[in-house]
Write a protein that binds this ligand. Sequence first.
Ligand SMILES: Cc1ncc(C[n+]2csc(CCOP(=O)(O)OP(=O)(O)O)c2C)c(N)n1
Ligand SMILES: [Mg+2]
Length: 675
Amino acid sequence: MAVNKAPADQAGVEPEIFLALYEKMLHAYYVEEQCRVFVRAGKCSFYASARGHEKVQIAVAMLLQPGKDWFFPYYREKALMVGLGMPLDQIFQGMLSRAGDTNSLGRNMSEHFSSRALRVVSPTACTGTEFLIAVGMAKAVKADGGDAIVYVSGGEGSTSEGEFFEALNKAQRDRLPVLFVIQNNGYAISVPQEQQTHSRLDEVARGFGIRSVRVDGTRFTEMYNTLRPLIAEIRRGSGPLFVEAMVVRLDSHSSSDDQTKYRDAHDMEEARRKDPLRHTELRIREMGLLSEKEMEEWRGRIKTEVETAARAIDELPYPDPATAAVDIYSPDRVVTEEAPPRLLSEKPVTMVEAINHGLREEMEHNPRIVMWGEDIQDPKGGVFGVTRGLTEAFPGRVENSPLAEATIVGLAQGMAIGGYKPVVEIQFGDYSYPGSMQMRNEIPTLRWRSAGTWSCPMVVRVAVGGYIRGGPFHSQSPETLYAHTPGWYLAYPSNASDAKGLIKTACRMEDPVLFFEHKGLYRQVYTKSPEPGPDYLIPFGKARTVRPGEELTVIAWGRAVHMALQALGQIASDGGERSVEVIDLRTIVPMDVETVLESVRRTGRALVVHEAPLFAGMGAEVAARIADAAFESLDAPVRRVAALDCFVPFAPNLEAAILPSVEQIGAAIREILAY
Ligand SMILES: Cc1ncc(C[n+]2csc(CCOP(=O)(O)OP(=O)(O)O)c2C)c(N)n1
Ligand SMILES: [Mg+2]
């Protein structure tokens, strides 16, 4: 690279840095130009130009340390990737979704870059979800005592999302090394910023107590000189930094948008006046760093380099369709065999004790298990007391979270990516929904969308279930919602021994696990069992035959298992002992269909019982599997007993009217047996 011997500009930026910036900006420019060609040719269906944002993206890349610092980008950051040194073929593979694509093997959208070498964590298209995950990663960095910085970015529109505020709150609360960079181009698709908010973003951040600056992201020297010492401070442990970079969006929002429909000519002319690339060329001319001829040579050289890389990738086929559903789960199930429990003693323990002891043993076994949730810290130890004593036993590893479920699960994802094993608590399943974006779109898609590059093994313990007079918002059974989301494992124990064996396995698995704890079972005498020892691990996907039988198979999980047993007890005491098999699924995902089918093929009759509403409940799935694979063995229709399609009311008689009863189960059993 020819570097003319010119002095540093007045503000003290070395010519080498200016030329490095120019080199990167030209690469970013020709990548954008090439992508436009691909869009016009119908080869790329999602394209979000970073033109107008490139200077801040490259400046930040120059100030951070690729390979050491962590990056949680959003979908408009091709120039960041160029700045970090992502090879051109990786960029084009991502843009064209071609075979060998290291970003996602064609699963994630174009513009969503991922690289383990560069510590760029695969993003989703969801606006604002990235902030909490980055904060979780910063928690891991800080816990490890490292001095890496976690970069996270978004557009100004995404700062209207609640998770943005949660992230600022937690980053500052824990003084975490997060660099927030909001690229304010004035528009969220067509919506101008004044329709989003009355506030200035840098002031919002300041309101949380965060060090906050607003910079002109289209001009280099001032931005670079302002950010350099501040970024160095984050590295020294000063806590988060918030940067609002004022940029321009020179192109339409994306390839599906036409900004001429909502921006007037004057507005677009103003944006073009701030074109960062044109301005850098002016400065290079002014500073005499390159001659006109040299600049022409640079453009030609880089254009050829970019086009050659693009052409080579364009010749590749799409990924093999046989790979489309790979990487939903780790191929390593970790625990596959169940040995009979070696009991600690014959003294029975409750489910809450069993879970508590299981967690305690796993924390001893794995020092990277960390916990948080609402009220879980001692002395309270959780509203149900499940984590009681763990704070004192494991100092610094169990803490109260903010009252914010997206924070609870979003941080867990980030810290899990950072190599920790968060085992977090959602106080009531009814309140898991603020975490829905994380639980539906982020956590379970990570391994798959990054083609196995990233994963977030973590456990979310969720208190669920009714019959506790808790009303509509403390009684829900949301297993169906989560079972319909590939990427999660879902356990739902019905007794102390299973609860211990399953929570211990959950803590060792390589994937995200939802662990449902029926709060009505925590301290019930009928869920007590002698406590298995520390080596008791139950593999997921292995149902338990609670009692054997030959005339009918009842399939249940959670509290419904006990209701079925009670119903059979009543039938027996009415003088009609029947040979009914009861199967406790124990894990909803994976579902042990084999055990169910083997049983139904013997008994010829099946009843599914669950506490969640009937319509589209898990019972429908079990019944469909039986109808599909055991139809010829059936002697009666497959029946279901479940809640009415209603929320759980508060008054005791109304609650009883909605949730399934032992009597209903008994009646269904009698009816099927008589069919
Ligand atoms: C949760 C969510 N809601 C809506 C969208 C659709 N969407 C994609 S980008 C966008 C505007 C984002 O604007 P901004 O954050 O300012 O970023 P910019 O595109 O301007 O860089 C919207 C509404 C989305 N991707 N995610
Ligand atoms: Mg915007």
